[in-house]
Design a binder for this molecule. Structure first.
Ligand SMILES: [Zn+2]
Length: 452
C-alpha cells in the first residue's frame, strides 16, 4: 500500500464501521424474511385490558400486526396459518431490569473472566430468555452492545435489547468492583479491568460523567444508567450512602437529554432518590428504602419506578455473615413496603427481575413475574410486564432502537407475541412454565417456536 492509498484506507475506516453498524440496525428492524402469518380462533390479551377478547383472527404481515378481527380472516396462499384452538394470544413479555451479560458468569468471571467465553455464555442465555417468552429486555448495565448486534442481525436468537451499556458509578460506588490494592487511581491514567471491558465506568466529577455518558450513547445506548446510592452486591458501597453529587447527576441528565433520551438510577434511600429527581432523573430502579414523602414526590414528578419482586432465594444466596448478606437483610423487607407505596400513590411502575449471576434464577423469570400477585391481579401483573413496560421503553425517544409500538396486540404494533395454552388472566402460573404452556413465540413477525 502506498502512502496515498493508505491514507484513503485509514480515512475510510470510520465509514466502514458506521455502515456495518447501520446495516446491523437496519437488518434488526426490518421485516427481512418475516412473511405473513394468520392466527385463527384466538382470544386476545392486548397488554392493557383486564379481560380476553372474543374469539378472533390476527393477521401479521412483515413485522407488524396488520389486522385483528372477530370476523374470520380468510387464509390465502403463501400465508402460514396457525389454528389457535381458542388459546390466548398476548404480547411478548418485557423485563425492564435485566443484565444480559451478567446471568451465566459468577461475579469474578464477569469481571476478570475471558471476554469471548462471557459473550458466548450470554448468547446462549439470550436464546433461553427468548424461549421463556421474553421478547424484549431493558438492559440496565453490562457490556451488551455486541450481543445486541448479534441478535438484531439474526446471528443468534434472542430478545430485543434496550442497552444502557456500562453502569456509571463513583469511586467506591455500586458497580465499582475494584480491590483496595488497585487504589489509588491516577486521574487520566490506567483503566480498571471492569472499565476496559465496558462493564462499569468510574466517574468522579461532572466532566468525567459527561465523557462516560457520551461514550455509552456513541455505542448505541438507548438510556443511561447511573448508580446513585449504595448496592447490595458491591464490596465497598454501604447501603445508606448517596454517591453522585447533584451536579454530577445533572451532567448525566443534560448529556442524555441532549441526545433525546433519559437517565435511570439505582437508588434505595430517600436521600439518593430525592437528589436524583432534583437533578432531572426520569426513572428510579428499586427504591426499596423509600418513605412516604419520597413516594409522594415520585408520583408528583411523574417519575417512573422500576421495581423487582426479588425472590427470597436471592437474599439467602449471600453467605451468612458476609457484608452482602447484612445489606440484603436490610433491603429485603423494603420490597413489600415499596410495592404498597407504589400502589397507594399510583406511581408509574415498571416490572423487572434483576437476576444476577444465576442461570437457575433466570429460569424462574416467568415465576418471578407471577409472584406479583402478592400485590396485583393477574391481569394487572401481565399488563405491567407488557403494555406498561413498553411505555417506559418509549422514553428513549429517538434513541429507541426498535421504533414502533411494543407490548400491545393492536393494529400497527410490532408483532411480538405468545400463544398461551390456557388463560393466564385466570391462572398466571401458566407464565412460570413457558416450555409447556407457550405454544408459539413470535418476535418481530418471525416465529421462533411453534409446537402446534
Ligand atoms: Zn440491576
Amino acid at each position: 500500500m502506498n502512502a496515498i492509498s493508505r491514507r484513503i484506507f485509514v480515512a475510510a475506516l470510520p465509514l466502514m464501521a458506521v455502515s456495518l453498524a447501520s446495516a446491523a440496525r437496519a437488518q434488526g428492524n426490518s421485516p427481512v424474511s418475516a412473511g405473513v402469518t394468520l392466527f385463527q380462533n384466538v382470544r386476545i390479551f392486548d397488554g392493557k385490558s383486564g379481560s380476553l377478547s372474543a374469539p378472533s383472527s390476527v393477521l401479521i404481515k412483515g413485522n407488524v400486526f396488520e389486522r385483528i378481527s372477530t370476523a374470520p380472516i380468510d387464509a390465502e396462499p403463501g400465508m402460514t396459518v396457525i389454528a389457535g384452538g381458542g388459546r390466548t394470544l398476548m404480547p411478548g413479555l418485557i423485563d425492564a431490569h435485566w443484565h444480559a451479560m451478567l446471568i451465566r458468569p459468577n461475579p469474578a468471571q464477569a469481571i476478570v473472566g475471558d471476554v469471548g467465553y462471557n459473550n458466548i455464555a450470554a448468547s446462549v442465555e439470550a436464546t433461553d430468555t427468548l424461549m421463556r417468552g421474553f421478547t424484549t429486555v431493558r438492559d440496565v448495565g453490562g457490556p451488551v452492545f455486541g450481543l445486541k448486534t448479534a441478535i438484531d442481525t439474526g446471528l443468534i436468537a434472542g430478545p430485543r435489547i434496550y442497552p444502557s451499556g456500562a453502569f456509571i458509578t463513583v469511586t467506591s460506588g455500586h458497580g465499582d468492583f475494584r480491590q483496595l490494592s488497585e487504589l489509588p487511581r491516577t486521574i487520566g491514567g490506567m483503566l480498571g479491568r471492569m472499565e476496559q471491558i465496558g462493564g462499569s465506568m468510574v466517574a468522579d466529577s461532572p466532566d468525567e460523567v459527561r465523557v462516560r455518558v457520551r461514550e455509552q450513547l456513541m455505542q448505541g445506548a438507548s438510556q443511561i444508567k447511573l448508580t446513585a446510592g449504595g448496592g447490595v452486591s458491591s464490596p465497598f458501597s454501604p447501603i445508606d450512602v448517596s454517591t453522585f453529587t447533584e451536579a454530577e447527576l445533572r451532567a448525566a441528565v443534560e448529556a442524555a437529554e441532549n441526545w433525546g433520551t433519559y437517565v435511570t438510577v439505582h437508588a434505595f434511600t430517600p436521600a439518593a432518590i430525592q437528589r436524583a429527581i432534583a437533578a432531572g432523573v426520569r426513572c428510579i430502579e428499586h427504591g426499596f428504602l423509600m418513605d412516604e414523602t419520597t413516594a409522594k414526590l415520585i408520583a408528583e414528578k411523574d417519575v417512573w419506578l422500576s421495581l423487582q419482586p426479588l425472590p427470597e432465594e436471592l437474599r439467602q444466596g449471600f453467605p451468612v455473615g458476609s457484608v452482602q448478606r447484612a445489606k440484603a437483610d436490610e433491603v429485603w423487607p423494603g420490597i413489600a413496603a415499596t410495592y404498597e407505596l407504589a400502589k397507594k400513590y399510583k406511581i408509574k411502575t415498571a416490572w423487572g427481575t434483576d437476576v444476577l449471576f444465576s442461570q437457575a434464577l433466570a429460569q424462574q423469570q416467568g415465576a418471578i413475574l407471577a409472584s406479583l400477585v402478592r400485590w396485583y391481579s393477574a391481569a394487572e401483573s401481565l399488563a405491567m410486564a407488557t403494555g406498561t413496560n413498553a411505555e417506559l421503553l418509549a422514553l428513549s425517544g429517538k434513541r429507541n432502537p426498535y421504533p414502533g409500538k411494543l407490548g400491545v396486540v393492536e393494529q400497527g404494533a410490532l408483532a411480538d407475541l405468545l400463544l398461551v395454552d390456557g388463560n393466564p388472566l385466570e391462572n398466571i402460573n401458566l407464565i412460570a412454565d413457558p416450555a409447556k404452556n407457550f405454544k408459539v413465540i413470535m418476535k418481530d413477525g418471525r416465529v421462533y417456536k411453534n409446537t402446534l
